[in-house]
Design a protein around this ligand. Structure first.
Ligand SMILES: [Zn+2]
Ligand SMILES: [Zn+2]
Length: 253
């Protein structure tokens, strides 16, 4: 199964990075709907999509306004949106308030508080856990597939917009793939607590402590540029299986 990194930047888009969106086109599963969400339609293979929102900050939801045309024209018949009660309320009342965007697309909204396990195609299950340390909170997601025939069980965790605070280590334990935000390099570490984000060496320490298979970093501060904004050597000295995602990357999962 292919995992597409549509947007890998934080806060606002840059020439190199749009904001948050991950997609598994074969099963129609999407995590977050930032500015890169416009790339979903070109990759979409299913007539239903399930969109999991980490929180309601604009760099994670603004793309929900981009799906109106495929929903109206047909081809996309069902769009299920999952988020905390606070996130869904903000999306409905503020993002889709008439002066902001005049039409509420035919989304089916679901509150995470009412669904502990959410089934996805391929016998997968999405689970979730609150991340309290980001302003307004955020939600971590985990996607698990059972073993089928010769294919072993596999799992990914998506954790964004949080400090590394130890409250979710068990939730991501032994995930094959951890996708974690890393807004800051270690040089900017002082900003983490002030903004509710993470920096390079602490994400690597977390990956090692949680025993994950590999880690891919994203949600990079738009002030950071260049090919190595997070100083990957620092991360790999602690957790060698660390990569930095770029927009357009595709990984086998
Ligand atoms: Zn963000
Ligand atoms: Zn945020």
């Amino acid at each position: 199964m292919k995992l597409h990194f549509l947007g890998t930047g934080g806060y606002h888009p840059t020439e190199r990075r749009h904001t948050a969106c991950l997609m598994l086109p074969e099963i129609g599963v999407i995590f977050d709907a930032g500015t890169s969400f416009y790339r979903v339609e070109k990759l979409r293979q299913t007539d239903r999509v399930q969109i999991f929102l980490s929180h309601a900050h604009l760099d994670h939801i603004v793309g929900l306004t981009y799906i109106l045309v495929p929903l109206l024209r047909g081809g996309l018949n069902h769009a299920d949106v999952y988020g905390s009660a606070a996130t869904i309320d903000a999306v409905r009342r503020h993002l889709f308030s008439p002066p902001m965007f005049p039409v509420l697309p035919d989304y089916r909204f679901h509150l995470l508080e009412e669904h502990a396990d959410i089934p996805v195609p391929g016998d997968g299950v999405v689970t979730h856990q609150p991340l309290p340390s980001h302003p307004g909170g955020s939600t971590a997601f985990r996607l698990d597939f059972p073993s089928v025939g010769d294919v072993p069980a596999r799992s990914l965790a998506y954790v964004t917009d949080t400090t590394v605070d130890g409250t979710y280590t068990e939730f991501i334990r032994r995930a094959d793939l951890l996708i974690h935000e890393c807004n800051f390099s270690d040089d900017e570490a002082e900003w983490c607590d002030r903004t509710g984000h993470s920096h390079t060496s602490q994400t690597a320490a977390l990956a090692r402590a949680a025993g994950v298979g590999r880690m891919i970093l994203l949600h990079v501060d738009p002030q950071l540029d260049g090919d190595d904004p997070l100083d990957l050597a620092v991360a790999r000295s602690v957790f060698p299986e660390t990569e930095l995602a770029e927009d357009g990357d595709v990984r086998e999962f």
